[in-house]
Write a protein that binds this ligand. Structure first.
Ligand code: GLN
Length: 483
């Protein structure tokens, strides 16, 4: 049977496997063919794994045993900061060049148990710092929908792999928008999960109080399937949410058959740097939800406009402490100096790229004893106010919507010289990480730029552990069959 990758979903692939319409090998080959023709220019992948034969045989055996779940044989791409035992994971940094993982991340072990096939690892901004995948030490990734443009970042390789039909699903990580923003730029669905819902064990840390692993998929049902497979309490991650919390929240979510109430913080649309096309697309999305019978309520999130400055104080602080371990001695890149101090200076100076060094410097500064209160502590207080804003809002609405990004995908090279311009790309996505709440980006149409239709995204947020609401509204919005 001819495989139509463009309309394939996890559920459909599973049904075809069961009916023997095609095998895991045939499906993987279909993706590998696309990778062969498209990835020379897109450069979504850093590596195609060499053990595909074994992985495919294992998945096929699981399917043939009749005991497999939906994920057996599903071809995945994995971001280069998620560990799989025996495979390289470099966080797209020179300092981790040739680092080979010695253990499986919790997400990888859950997915491998479910029989997925990891096709390869994807390019990203170095240590997940960036919004365009241009800070990778291994070259840029191009947006498959317009190769003169960025795919977004930091999970740009992951989003590009799904958008070009190089994998059915990709895993990314999201510290301020790195799953949702590239998903939006590439016309995919991206889920940032509740903080603590998915174990961070085996994710190369960036900002530990903000990082979460999440899926990039073609539709909402696939994101839901992957989320259900990777979530869960984990003794390796002390911040993981107890499973009981989800049971408790889901009871609240029955809503008596009513549609969730949608909150719109219209004042955020007035912030600087938001493209007219994004505003218009967002207003159209509101209309669409109204037509679908949703009640729309205007809300205020008074402190949310401070999310970006808050993030750019807290995150570098966490980065500077998390990245202190890369000293050239234990793993990755090493450059010999005259003495130990020189070894450190050379290894870290040459091993880390510019953006990473910038953040380590800022982070070291905001955590220094003289400035800790003025910056880090102040930002922590603002974080508490932002969380309070969301808590108040979720007393009157069930979900909150915003655009996912302030602009459509920008040109390669357009923002890389101006870090602040680049940081603004996260203006709508960063609040969810600060508050720890889940957020889903779904495609909301396109805008024509220079004759090319570029995708835009709608972001849907809910209270912690209420991903169900996001799936419900997201599927409705996309008119997606929930089967
Ligand atoms: N653009 C954000 C940053 O550079 C995204 C980070 C992320 O979500 N990993 O910090």
């Amino acid at each position: 049977m001819k495989i139509d990758l463009s309309t394939l979903t996890i559920k459909k692939a599973h049904d075809h496997f069961v009916k023997k319409d095609f095998s895991v090998r045939e499906l993987c080959d279909a993706y590998l063919d696309v990778i062969k023709t498209r990835d020379t220019s897109v450069h979504a992948f850093l590596e195609i794994f060499s053990d595909l034969d074994e992985q495919i045989a294992r998945a096929q055996a699981l399917i043939d045993s009749g005991k497999s779940g939906l994920l057996a044989g599903i071809p995945f791409a994995v971001k280069d900061n998620i560990l799989i035992k025996g495979k390289k994971a470099s966080a797209s940094s020179k300092i981790l060049e040739n680092y080979t993982a010695t253990y499986d991340s919790t997400v990888a072990s859950k997915l491998l148990e479910g029989g997925v096939v990891f096709l390869g690892r994807t390019n990203m901004d170095e240590f997940a710092m960036g919004s365009s995948t241009e800070t990778s030490a291994y070259g840029v990734t191009r947006n498959p929908l317009d190769e003169t443009r960025v795919p977004g970042g930091s999970s740009g390789g992951s989003a590009a792999s799904v958008a070009m039909q190089g994998a059915l699903v990709a895993l990314g990580s999201d510290t301020a928008g790195s799953v949702r923003q590239p998903a939006s730029f590439c016309g995919c669905v991206g889920l940032k999960t509740t903080y603590g819902s998915v174990s961070r064990h085996g994710l190369i840390a960036m900002g530990s109080s903000l990082d979460q692993i999440g899926p990039i998929t073609k539709n909402v049902s696939d994101a839901e399937i992957v989320f259900n497979a990777i979530k869960g309490q984990d003794s390796f991650d002390s911040t993981s949410v107890p499973d009981a919390k989800y049971v408790q929240m889901s009871a609240r979510k029955v809503l008596g058959g009513q549609k969730p109430i949608v909150g719109v913080p219209r004042h955020l649309l007035e912030l600087e740097g938001i493209d007219e096309s994004v505003r218009k697309n967002f207003l159209d999305a509101i209309d669409r939800l109204k037509k679908l019978g949703y009640e729309i309520k205007d809300i205020k999130l008074p402190h949310v406009e401070y999310s970006l400055p808050t993030y750019y104080i807290l995150m570098p602080g966490e980065v500077s402490s998390n990245l202190a371990r890369f000293d050239g001695m234990r793993f990755g890149f090493y450059e010999d100096g005259k003495n130990l101090l020189e070894d450190y200076k050379k290894s870290r100076g040459l091993g880390f790229g510019k953006e990473v060094r910038r953040r380590i410097l800022v982070g070291t500064y905001v955590l220094s004893s003289g400035y800790y209160d003025a910056f880090y502590n102040k930002a922590q207080s603002v974080r508490a106010l932002i969380i309070q804003d969301f808590n108040e809002a979720f007393k009157v609405v069930d979900v909150i919507i915003t655009p996912t990004t302030p602009t459509p995908a920008f040109k390669i090279g357009e923002k890389i010289k101006d870090p602040v311009q680049m940081y603004v790309a996260d203006i709508f996505t960063v609040p969810a990480n600060i508050a720890g709440i889940p957020a889903l980006s779904v495609p909301s149409g396109t805008t024509n730029v220079d004759g090319v239709e570029l995708p835009l995204g709608l972001q849907i947020m809910s209270a912690m552990c209420c991903e169900d609401l996001l799936f419900l509204v997201g599927k409705d919005f996309l008119n997606e069959d929930s089967a």
